[in-house]
Design a protein around this ligand. Structure first.
Ligand code: ATR
Length: 306
């Protein structure tokens, strides 16, 4: 990598190809290889992206030997994002340190860095596809795991006025809120249990409601909150319901919100933009967004591998 007018440029030696990959387990569901390879192809880059389905002890062993890894960059997905943050704590980018999860590892001036592009993906999808302005907004975040931390970081960093974290196990929400209050003292952060009274009360005054739990992924599963807890949209006051689940594309959570007159956003665009950001960190090139989106949506239309 070399630096030119402050911008990272990655030069590919003639005849060589680049190798990227994704670590996780299981990986049957991952759409990242086709999305990233579509991006490489669109730019004429000689690069491959392979799924690396490893047991935890093998993943941990590889992370310990990171300097010797032959990959040019990689993604980390479920269930290793938190493990990666712990193991790579000396090379964390600020957002990865705050969220406590790593999903993208790349080289900057020849040195490995560990980032969290879910934060970027969450925020850009919200802005571009959700057409939602976070600044000054009130948001309700359902869930308090790793995905919720990425969402809260993006929302607080984007200037949200108030964020309410509702979780089935309230102590986990309290812990999350306590950590982020230190980082974002100006944002009003509160924790609630995932119970009707509290959720319905906050939903009434929020502009954005985000499902960060994996509830809705399994066919026939009840949504994270029942339809009866959701308010009906009043004229000109539609809320945005954002589900980070991307398969199915339209979850029951989103169907319910839509039937009550609200706007909805599924998780596919966040998946796209976290990949776009990773692509740019690896290659130093502007990602071919439409080619990557096309590949992703083709994959989404196919039946999931289980
Ligand atoms: P991720 O990194 O994808 O966020 P996680 O850290 O395991 O995954 O967090 C999962 C989140 O989904 C948690 O907030 C979890 O709630 P608890 O902390 O109370 O367990 C939430 N979750 C999972 N299954 C749920 C369900 N059936 N109903 C409500 N929340 C659920």
């Amino acid at each position: 990598m070399s630096s030119q007018s402050g911008k990272q440029i990655v030069k590919q030696p003639a005849g060589k190809f680049q190798l990227y990959g994704i670590f996780g387990h299981p990986l049957g569901h991952t759409l990242s290889p086709r999305m990233q390879e579509a991006g490489f192809k669109a730019l004429g880059l000689k690069a491959f992206y392979v799924p690396l389905d490893l047991a935890r002890f093998r993943f941990v062993r590889l992370m310990r030997r990171l300097p010797k890894l032959v990959l040019d960059g990689f993604n980390v997905t479920v269930p290793y994002k938190e493990d990666a943050a712990r193991m790579l704590k000396k090379i964390l980018e600020p957002e990865a340190a705050a969220v406590g999860a790593v999903n993208t590892v790349f080289k900057k001036n020849g040195r490995w860095r560990a980032a969290n592009t879910d934060v970027f993906g969450f925020g850009l999808a919200l802005k571009k596809k959700g057409r939602f302005n976070v600044r000054g907004a009130k948001a309700v975040v359902l869930g308090a795991g790793g995905a919720a931390r990425a969402a809260v970081y993006a929302l607080a960093g984007g200037g949200a006025r108030e964020i309410v974290v509702c979780n089935r196990h309230k102590p986990r929400a309290i812990l999350l809120v306590r950590n982020f209050r230190r980082l974002f003292p100006k944002v009003c952060l509160t924790a609630e249990a995932l119970e009707r009274e509290a959720v319905a009360r906050h939903l009434a005054s929020a502009g954005l409601i985000v499902n960060t739990t994996s509830v809705g992924l399994k066919p026939g599963e009840a949504p994270v909150i029942p339809r009866a807890w959701m308010p009906r949209a009043s004229s000109g006051r539609k809320k945005l319901f954002y589900d980070l689940v991307y398969r199915p594309v339209q979850t029951v959570f989103l169907q319910n919100a839509k039937s009550l007159g609200h706007r909805t956003l599924g998780g596919a665009e966040m998946l796209l933009y976290q990949g776009v950001r990773a692509f740019e960190l690896w290659t130093g090139r502007r990602a071919p967004e439409s080619a990557m989106r096309r590949a992703l949506w083709e994959g989404l239309k196919e039946a999931p591998k289980r």
